[in-house]
Structure formats: C-alpha cells, structure tokens
Write a protein that binds this ligand. Structure first.
Ligand code: PGA
Length: 209
C-alpha cells in the first residue's frame, strides 16, 4: 500500500532562498522512503527553480487571461499533481463550475487533480478513481494553532466514500495525529502548516511508512 502525502505550502515562504532551503531539506531526507509518494506544492513562482511535482492550483484556459497559469504550463515544468478546489480558494469565489473546469483541463493536460472538498455534495459526481482530499474547513489551521477534526468523524466520512479508491485527509495534520487519520482508512494526507517545518513533515512521513 502506497500512501500519498501532499505538502501544501500555501503563500509561503516569502523568498526563493527560503523555499529552496525548505525543499532541499525535505527532499534530501525522503530519498530512501518507501511506501509513500510525497508531493510538494510550492507557490507558482518557485515551481521552476525547485522542479517541484505539485501545484496549488491551475486555470482551465490558455490565452488572454491575465495572471492565470494553464495546466500545460505546469505540465511543461514537470508538475504531476495539482490541488483543485481548496476551501481557501472557494472562499475567494471559486464555485463548483470553476472547480469542474479546472479538474477537466488539468486531466486533459495529463496532470493528476487532487480534489479538495468538505461536503459530499461537492464530489458526488466525480469518477471513482479520482484523488479526493477531505478537508473539513473547521479543522484547517490557517497556519496558526492546530484544531484537528475528530478521528471518529473522519472515519465516518471515509466509510461514506467507500466507493472512492483514493481519499486523503487534510486539516491540522501533524506528527501526533497523522497515523490516526491513516488508520481511519485514508490513503494519504494533505499537510499545510506542518509541511513548512521539515522536521515535523519528515516525522509525519516516517510515522506512516
Ligand atoms: P493545515 O492546512 O494543515 O495547516 O490545517 C491544511 C490545508 O488547508 O490543506
């Protein structure tokens, strides 16, 4: 069984030098790790320098769209996975139609979408082999204090999604609770705050491999 551990750096860190230091410190320590596929999603501006395998978002078109980044651009940089529909983007106005267009465009370009949701209604029409990430909004740390979602409730959600092959858990994941969410039946984890601390992030990986 191979688990997927995703690092969502969000809008961090503030310099390329810090991004390189964080990236290298994680990558150098996961070389011999087996059973875990690690996806690191830095901000767009660092993707090229880091040669990272994950992106935090993509647009669904190419051409005259100021400020957007197309799936093809990401693919050309060697990106393999793209987070889509994160609640921090939905809150800024990204609705279900946009999320659906992004998923489709990403897949057409050959990227693997990691589809975030916190209500079953957001993903019920997705193909059963999609990579989903259950991220209860109340559990997302906002980069400050951890307030983890009850394991029993997470387990109930995973059972309700039994027909989906890959569901990750995200929201206040840290080295103390990572193993519990995996034991609740999830195929991996999506880490925000914890992924900015290489020691903590490596500990999460080591706990589950
Ligand atoms: P968190 O963020 O681990 O800091 O709670 C998770 C996420 O929003 O993806």
């Amino acid at each position: 069984m191979s688990y997927l551990i995703v690092a969502n750096w969000k809008c961090n860190p503030q310099t390329l030098a810090k991004a390189k230091a964080l990236f290298n410190s994680v990558v150098s320590r996961i070389k011999n790790i087996k059973n875990v596929q690690v996806v690191i999603c830095p901000p767009f501006v660092y993707l090229d320098s880091l040669r990272a395998n994950g992106s935090q978002d993509c647009f669904w078109e190419e051409g005259a769209y100021t400020g957007q980044v197309s799936p093809k651009m990401l693919k050309g940089l060697g990106v393999k996975y793209v987070i889509i529909g994160h609640s921090e983007r939905r809150i800024l106005g990204e609705g279900p139609e946009m999320v659906a267009k992004k998923i489709k465009a990403a897949a057409i370009a050959g990227l693997k979408p990691i589809i975030c949701f916190d209500r079953i209604s957001q993903i019920k029409s997705m193909p059963k082999n999609s990579i989903l990430a259950f991220e209860p909004v109340s559990a997302i740390s906002k980069g400050k204090t951890y307030h983890p979602y009850p394991i029993e409730e997470a387990k109930r959600m995973r059972l309700a999604l039994a027909s989906f092959s890959t569901v990750l858990y995200g929201g206040s994941v840290n080295s103390r609770n990572a193993k519990d969410y995996i034991s609740a039946g999830f195929q991996g984890l999506l880490c925000g705050q914890a992924s900015l601390n290489p020691e903590e992030f490596i500990e999460i990986i080591e706990k589950i491999c």
